[in-house]
Design a protein around this ligand. Sequence first.
Ligand code: PMP
Length: 549
Amino acid sequence: MFKDQFPFFNNKPEQVYLDSAATTQKHASVVAAVNDYHLHHNATVHRSAYQIANQATALYESSRNSVAKLISAKSSAQIVFSSGATESINTIANGLHKTMLCGSKILILASEHHANLIPWQKVASRFNLKIEIVKLSADGCFTQNEFDQFSKQLTADVAILAMAHVSNALGNIYPVKEVCNTANNLQILTVIDGTQAIAHMPVNVEDIGCDFYVFSGHKMYGPTGVGVLYGKSEHLENLAPFKLGGEMITQVSYTHAEFQPAPLKFEGGTPNVAGVIGLGKACEFLLNNIVSIQQHEKECYTALLEQLEKVSGLRILGNVRDSIGVVSIVLDKHNISDLAPLLYQKHIAVRVGHHCAMPLMDFLQVAGTLRVSLACYTTMGDLDNFMRSLQLSLTVLDEGESGLDEQKDSVNELLPLAQKIKSANGWDNQYRQLLLASKSLKIMPVELRIPDNAVFGCESDLWISVQQNQLSAYSQSKIIRGILAVLIEKATELLRSEGSKNADDAAHNAAAEFDYFDYLTTLKLTPYFSAGRRDGLQNAVCAIKQKLR
Ligand code: PMP
């Protein structure tokens, strides 16, 4: 319905983009406005009076009006431009002072994004406040039960309530209006993270009654590097700016500075003018279309759910019916990070991992989820494509459980794992060989999976140990286990290469100094490395080397 308004898809028609909760594609009007600014009005804002500078300032300030209109703020002076939701929340957290807080607790929802958690940890230690978590059900749902529990936690003792309007990891829509109503009566400062709501539903900050509301441009069809901090006027007045420098002042001497009133006191330095102008266009697009966007996304979401519910061995976390276009999936039998490369190979963009909500994943007792997220440009065709690829991928993974045992007999067992992987023809065969290699890994006993042996930074839990020159490892992901088997095969070969029964110093050195990462690259295994995995495997290589030294 809206797809042809997004030029990205003209260039990449084969791409099935279901990762809009991470970032959305950009609307044509946004791309055009950013270009137009660079081509015709490029000057800085609020500083000069020559023609293009005035034009740039007018465009920039007109975006502020569009944002105010989009969220029904009383005044555009309540709209501060930032680099994104993260900076907006940090601006609030850093700018608070004691007089704005009455109470001894910070209340945070269990599903919060790290951006709406870590800044509050710092505030807690600065003001000696205690962080208290609002719980979800064991499968990530927020129902009447959780709401009742939450209501009991909303007491006069709470100084700050930080919560998302919509969870990025689960898609749960939270009752921000009801909660803010109670919070206001108790003088609790409310910070609502609207990053995952703003592109999917009408947002009215006056109606919600929150003290602050934040979001990012890039998740609402606008540019990256720009975002919004909305605040009630009295709070913006009280909040101290933390980006000090040019543009945010009225008077400066060598020893003293006077600041502009909000919003400019928070916009120190040269702002992202192009980004702000693009964001204004994204707001206009949403203002004109939000009702039909909401309707379209609901239809897509319902169709997707219907299909997913037919797949056995798959569980959807979080509120399933009352949710926005985010579906968070875990598999009973397989690690979702083994599924991801199979989907990527078929041009399906989805997100696998902790979604910047590690404490939530711990709470749900999962390593991560597969998140499918929709936007206005999602089509039923995209969802059919996704479902087809998902079914095919699950078949490959199921075969990894059973069919590969038969295959194992038919391949030449004398070849080292690395050679089998290198000589596998095509991506699918290589993937199968990695699954097969995972079966050769000497599995680390559970009692050795202790913090000393843990390797961090990977998408899946990972442990490595060396005992009497015997390397063992474990990861829940079969693909990671396959890669570890290849690494350990090489290390073991090097340890034995000097011919002595008990590996001598030279062998140890050779094994410790070997470039394992280069080895994986030579085997063409890098397509399996997302940024997260690459970091984790690099750490795994370091752990192997260290333990061998
Ligand atoms: N909050 C939520 C709910 C998010 O989904 C995100 C981005 N994933 C953020 C905050 C942080 O946004 P940004 O990285 O654009 O600052």
